[in-house]
Write a protein that binds this ligand. Structure first.
Ligand code: NDP
Length: 240
């Protein structure tokens, strides 16, 4: 019998109230981790997870949440920076507010989610950070110049964090999901959805659990001990 080695590890998932984040929370609990999640609302239906209302765009609110998590669960081993938003439009129509909102949550919010925990990880010489990027950050997407820029940005952030953290035993990686069935993609009009599905070699959108398993792999000190600074694409072969 082998294990991913996540039993009793304290892990924070941002945006864990629904969608991909909720699937990550549920799987990590199944794997024996102690899981906290941060979100705007905290009613994800999993009583074994610790939900804390906080806003990833607000560094002070993240510091306070971090103190509560460490006081209740212990030193954090893993951070999954998953919270993200879209404000889609063609570049010519994007307003400054659409840029600011997306950059605040998807880029600065990732940094603010990790920062309160990084010194503790360095001190305990163990840690794994996973940022949820996107197929749009990896290869671009029409109508998502703002979103793509932030999702490409977190790939660079994880690569740099991997270099800084290596001597402390702290790894950092990104995942680029393809199109996944969540509330975020329910906004896609049916006609566009059919066109995208036709382009996906596996013939379907992914499910949140497909991403959760990739997260579990990258968090695992057993399965991915020598993987850092990597981008893992989980997209049903939807590469081009
Ligand atoms: P959802 O919109 O379903 O869920 C995102 C969650 O994050 C919501 O609960 C949302 O809360 C929360 N959230 C948003 N802003 C903040 C904030 N400022 N502070 C705290 N929590 C916040 O998204 P998905 O599950 O689909 O996406 C999860 C991640 O995966 C995102 O980073 C997304 O960009 C990425 N991704 C998704 C893909 C997809 O196809 N679904 C594809 C590629 C990447 P609320 O909305 O209630 O305010």
């Amino acid at each position: 019998m082998v294990s991913l080695g996540l039993e009793d590890k304290v892990i924070l998932v941002t945006g864990g109230n629904r969608g991909i984040g909720k699937a990550i929370v549920d799987l990590l609990i199944e794997l024996g981790a102690k899981v906290a999640y941060i979100d705007v609302a905290t009613d994800n239906g999993n009583p074994q997870s610790l939900g804390i209302k906080a806003d990833v765009t607000d560094p002070a609110s993240m510091e306070t949440a971090a103190q509560e998590i460490q006081a209740k669960l212990g030193t954090v081993y893993g951070v999954v920076a998953n919270a993200g938003i879209t404000r889609d439009n063609f570049f010519a129509k994007l307003e400054p507010a659409d840029w600011d909102a997306v950059i605040n949550v998807n880029l600065k919010g990732v940094a603010y989610s990790i920062k309160p925990f990084i010194q503790g990880m360095y001190d305990s010489k163990a840690g794994s950070i996973v940022a949820i990027s996107s197929i749009s950050g990896d290869r671009g997407n029409k109508g998502q110049t703002n979103y793509s820029a932030t999702k490409a940005g977190v790939i660079g952030m994880m690569k740099s964090l991997a270099l800084e953290g290596a001597r402390f035993g702290v790894r950092a990686n990104a995942i680029a999901p393809g199109f996944i069935n969540t509330e975020m993609t329910q906004k896609i009009p049916d006609k566009v959805r059919d066109k995208i599905t036709a382009e996906i070699p596996c013939g379907r959108f992914g499910e949140p659990q497909d991403i959760a398993w990739a997260v579990a792999y990258l968090l695992s000190p057993v399965a991915s001990a020598y993987v850092s600074g990597e981008l893992l694409r989980v997209n049903g072969a939807h590469h081009t």
